[in-house]
Design a protein around this ligand. Structure first.
Ligand code: SAM
Ligand code: SF4
Length: 473
């Protein structure tokens, strides 16, 4: 166990993540009666305790798993409707002083090309992203003294400052190494959206095995409590995650749920999102396959997370192949990245093929944004670039999306439709535009008549006939 003093930290998640207890919960075999009781609680939109989550993880038969999948589908529809939020990652720099065994950016890897974007490079990358239709980005950094909070804050400001005739980036999230309170306050002041960081594995022994102790990241507790420091410094919108494939996936699910409860209990707000990346091949990396997560178990872990934390967004990344993304979307995913390139400089410099020695790991879904959007439309989802709540201060404790009855119908769906219309008018291919217009028609038909629907129809008209953009409720 590591003991980094978390200066001014009022509470540590460490007390919540009781490893021997979580491991003992995984020994149980659940019977159908208790499984159905837990499913019913979840369908009533109540978050599950760690023990209840373990009941789902202890399901012995494929038939009962089908019931979990069915419930996850239903809960997703009830809570989120059919929206899928789209974003793109922007890798800023691949310098790193850590030595995480699974990552191509680790310091001992001689095969990877190191690079940090200059301010001009950032501008060029963001222009490309805007010209493809993106509105939401996550900036990704290695851990290195160069990438100080001041540097990160400056990158955020630069991204927001890039303008195209009818577009700018409306939300910048961050995935960067843990900071102290002052660091978090500094990046918050630059206007970040979500601060995201993955514990990678909640299992101590495995954590120590893949993160050498003589590195910054070797300090389990400093990383675990990063989200608590972020909260205390005013970043009330945080994302957690685990890198699946390092240890038993069921243990990591319990770790994530415990961490979510810790944040909810101490800061009155749980994580905004949970990510569940699976290990991917990477240049100069030899992966240990002992805990490889099969596609079937991957579906299970998404469905269990959906049921355990009904109000937390689930992020499915382009690490996964297109066919699998399409299949597991319905189990409760609410956000995906699309058209992603993860080579530093990849949006202007990479061709169609991946340049593995410039990437952190290999991507599974390289489809362009337009193709991803078209597929979503064909499958009946509303692709959304909405950022309204963050910009109107509806975040953290005040995030009312789920608390106010009818909120989704009054705000989320209309905002998803206006951002979709912007995409269709400004960036879409003819086929995607046709599919999108059809979907907007059918979604409008579902909305109740009244002033809100009329206002939405007027906004959709303005987007089609004028240069007015960014019209949100
Ligand atoms: N350096 C920061 C850190 O480690 O937190 C920034 C994040 S890193 C660039 C983003 C995430 O990618 C890591 O947290 C890890 O979970 C994931 N990752 C690293 N290597 C990977 C691999 N081979 N396959 C899949 N995901 C990987
Ligand atoms: Fe560095 Fe992050 Fe890669 Fe670890 S996962 S080597 S900290 S970039």
């Amino acid at each position: 166990m590591t003991t980094t003093a978390n200066r001014r930290l009022s509470t540590s998640a460490y007390d919540f993540i009781n490893e021997p207890y979580l491991l003992s919960l995984l020994e149980r075999r659940s019977d159908p009666g208790e499984v159905r009781e837990v499913i019913a609680k979840s369908l009533a939109k109540e978050p599950l305790t760690v023990e209840e989550t373990a009941v789902l993880l202890g399901i012995p038969s494929p038939e009962l798993w089908e019931e979990v999948f069915q419930a996850a589908r239903q809960l997703k529809r009830d809570v989120y409707g059919n929206r899928i939020v789209l974003f793109a990652p922007l890798y800023i720099g691949s310098e790193c002083t850590n030595d995480c065994l699974y990552c191509a950016f680790r310091r001992s890897n001689r095969e990877v090309v190191r690079r940090t974007l200059t301010p001009e490079d950032i501008e060029a990358q963001v222009q490309q992203l805007l010209d493809r239709g993106h509105k939401r980005l996550i900036l990704v950094f290695g851990e290195h003294p160069t990438y100080s909070p001041t540097f990160i804050a400056e990158c955020v400001r630069r991204v927001y400052a890039v303008r195209r005739p009818k577009a700018n980036i409306r939300r910048v999230n961050i995935n960067a190494a843990p900071m102290d309170h002052e660091g978090f306050a500094e990046i918050k002041a630059a206007g970040i959206g979500t601060y995201q960081i993955f514990q990678e594995t909640y299992h101590h022994e495995t954590y120590a095995k893949v993160h050498p102790r003589n590195t910054r990241k070797g300090d389990y507790l400093w990383r675990l409590d990063a989200l608590s420091r972020a909260m205390e410094a005013g970043c009330d919108d945080v994302g957690i995650g685990a890198l699946f494939g390092l240890y038993d996936w069921r243990f990591e699910v319990l770790g994530l749920v415990s961490h979510a409860w810790h944040l909810q209990k101490h800061y009155n707000v749980g994580p905004h999102t949970i990510s569940f990346p699976r290990l991917r091949p990477a240049a100069g990396v030899k992966l240990d396959e002992t805990y490889r997560v099969s596609d079937e178990d991957f579906k299970r872990l998404i469905a269990v997370l959906r049921l355990a934390v009904p109000y937390t967004g689930l992020i499915l990344t382009a690490r996964e192949p297109a066919w699998l993304r399409q299949e597991v979307m319905e189990f409760g995913v609410s956000q995906i990245d699309a058209g992603s390139r993860i080579e530093v400089g990849g949006y202007t410099e990479a061709g169609d093929a991946q340049v593995l020695e410039r990437e952190q790991f290999e991507l599974g879904d390289l489809r362009p944004l337009d193709e991803v959007i078209r597929q979503l439309l064909v499958d009946g989802y509303i692709p959304s670039f909405c950022t309204a709540c963050y910009r109107l201060g509806r975040t953290g404790e005040h995030f009312m999306e789920f608390a106010i009855p009818g909120f989704i119908q009054r705000f989320c769906t209309p905002n998803a439709l206006t951002t979709l219309m912007e995409y269709l008018v400004d960036y879409a291919s003819p086929e995607t535009r046709a599919a999108g217009m059809k979907l907007i028609e059918s979604e409008l038909a579902k909305l109740p008549d009244g002033p809100r629907k009329n206002a939405l129809i007027e906004r959709l008209r303005l987007i089609q006939e004028t240069d007015q953009r960014d019209l949100y409720f």
